[in-house]
Design a binder for this molecule. Structure first.
Ligand SMILES: Nc1ncnc2c1ncn2[C@@H]1O[C@H](COP(=O)(O)OP(=O)(O)OP(=O)(O)O)[C@@H](O)[C@H]1O
Ligand SMILES: [Mg+2]
Length: 461
């Protein structure tokens, strides 16, 4: 913490005509959080405008000022002279993480008080990450991947890693967790995303057959289906190269949540041509590391502030509910990655084309199996399965109604005097059936049968 901050800050603020009283001061690993109650009638917008000058006078860079929701205080986030590094392994080996009940838990880092921040990727349901070069995106992505690897077995979780820069994910090759080998070629990226869209559609067919709505319910039935997490390290590069990728990503973002397919998309350039309105609408959870301008911060978080972050994993997390939390990312070293991946190395090196063909074949096979085990399409079986779906009470109603129609037809046909046309007979029967359903169907049916028998006897005479 800056020396004598509790006296220095009010003095400095006073130089700029900002008066008020200090609240609590909390020291965290990255910043000191100072609560301050502005004097009555003061404007927050003015403090925001003067923040760069206040920082300069205090001799620090990157002070962030925010309003505290539902409070009369504002908060000054003043960087520590020495920023702590939060190591990743202790977070992921903590009992809190091991015991977490989340389907896909990821460690984001620690909040400004040093408390670990964990989120469930399956609830997000996708994550958009932005930040200028060197801000900590790749370190963040590695920590998310390793969080998941530490919680799930390879048969429960598979990864698709797209890395146009070629270097970030190379150590994940030949891992049992890979749905497909790490993708570095842009043409392969499009083919793989296409396969993911197909996989999603195949999964929906399986859900339909099992009459479940999502992967959770499917797994509850004791059936196996792994989650798939697709991580794209440089989305803008990918989209610039091939526009069809955007369509595929959108399709996945819109529909893949229930199918257990989740996206983590990172970009260095959060410009409006990459972060289009539709992409943003489908990825409500976003994490912004330091960005280069307030405009970029607006694009990704819908508010300024990410340009004031300090880099090295300092980030703002925008949650689905619109809450903004400042988080310091945990640091994952290359050695951590190697250690955690070592037990899951495949014996045989894998080739993209072979595995893609294998995946396509597998998905098709699942799809065909589901078709074969689906109920036969004959009238009776269709009727039976339809009967199962509508329930017993409705079944009884339908049978009563049909019975009444038949009785009505018999009654109308056997009446010797009436020379009605077939359509008249049927409509007459339907009307009386509807009436009879309302009244006691059984009594009506009995009467109709008796009448029919008597009429036919009279006719013979
Ligand atoms: N959470 C962190 N704690 C400490 N240091 C960090 C953290 N995250 C990143 N760094 C430091 O910042 C450097 C750059 O991080 P990283 O490679 O993740 O940036 P990037 O955003 O992926 O950059 P680029 O866009 O160029 O790929 C790291 O090598 C590391 O020294
Ligand atoms: Mg990177």
């Amino acid at each position: 913490m800056i020396e004598n901050l509790e006296t220095k800050l009010p003095h400095t603020l006073a130089h700029f005509g900002i008066f008020g009283s200090l609240g609590t001061i909390t020291e965290g690993p990255l910043i000191t959080d100072v609560e301050f109650k502005l004097a009555e009638g003061s404007k927050f917008a003015y403090v925001e405008k003067m923040i760069r000058d206040i920082a300069r006078e205090l001799g620090v860079s990157g002070i962030r000022v925010t309003e505290i929701p539902n409070s009369t205080y504002i908060s000054f986030e003043i960087p520590q002279p020495q920023v702590e590094t939060i190591p990743f392994p202790p977070m992921v080996y903590s009992t809190e993480f091991i015991k977490s009940s989340y389907a896909l838990p990821i460690c984001i880092g620690v909040n400004m008080r040093g408390v670990p921040v964990m989120k469930d990727l399956s609830k997000m349901p996708h994550l958009l990450v932005a930040g200028t070069t060197g801000s900590g995106k790749s370190v963040g992505l590695n920590s998310f991947i390793l969080s998941l690897i530490n919680k799930k077995k390879p048969e429960e979780l598979q990864f698709v890693l797209i890395d146009p820069k070629r270097i970030e994910f190379s150590m994940y090759n030949n891992q049992k967790y890979m749905y497909i080998p790490v993708i570095t070629d842009m043409n392969e990226a499009s083919a793989c995303l296409e396969q993911l869209v197909n996989e999603m559609n195949y999964r929906y067919t399986l859900f339909e057959q099992e009459m479940v709505r999502n992967i959770g319910e499917y797994q509850e039935k004791g059936l196996k289906m792994p989650y798939i997490v697709c991580v794209i390290d440089e989305f803008s590069d990918l989209i610039m190269f091939d526009k069809t990728v955007e369509k595929q990503v959108l399709m996945l973002a819109q529909k893949s949540r229930a199918a257990g397919i989740h996206l983590i998309i990172a970009t260095q350039r959060p410009s409006v041509d990459v972060m289009t309105g539709t992409i943003k609408a489908n990825l409500p959870t976003r994490l912004s590391y330091k960005v280069s301008s307030p405009t970029d911060s607006m694009t990704i978080l819908n508010s300024t502030g990410a340009e004031m972050l300090l880099g090295r994993g300092d980030s703002l997390l925008l949650e689905e509910n619109g809450m903004l939390t400042r988080v310091l990312g945990a640091y994952v070293s290359n050695q951590d990655i190697m250690n955690m991946l070592e037990p899951y190395r495949c014996a045989e090196p894998q080739k993209f084309k072979d595995i893609l063909a294998q995946r396509q074949q597998q998905a098709k096979q699942n799809y065909q199996n589901s078709r074969e085990t689906e109920p036969k399409t004959g009238m009776i079986s269709k009727f039976t399965s339809w009967g199962e779906r509508i329930g017993k009470v409705n079944q009884r109603r339908v049978v009563n109604f049909l019975l009444a129609i038949v009785m009505g037809i018999v009654t109308n046909m056997t009446k010797s005097s009436s020379k009605k046309s077939t359509s008249d007979i049927i409509s007459g029967a339907a009307t009386s059936a509807a009436k009879s359903v309302k009244r006691s169907v059984k009594a009506q049916a009995k009467r109709a049968i008796t009448q029919a028998v008597l009429d036919s006897l009279n006719k013979k005479k």
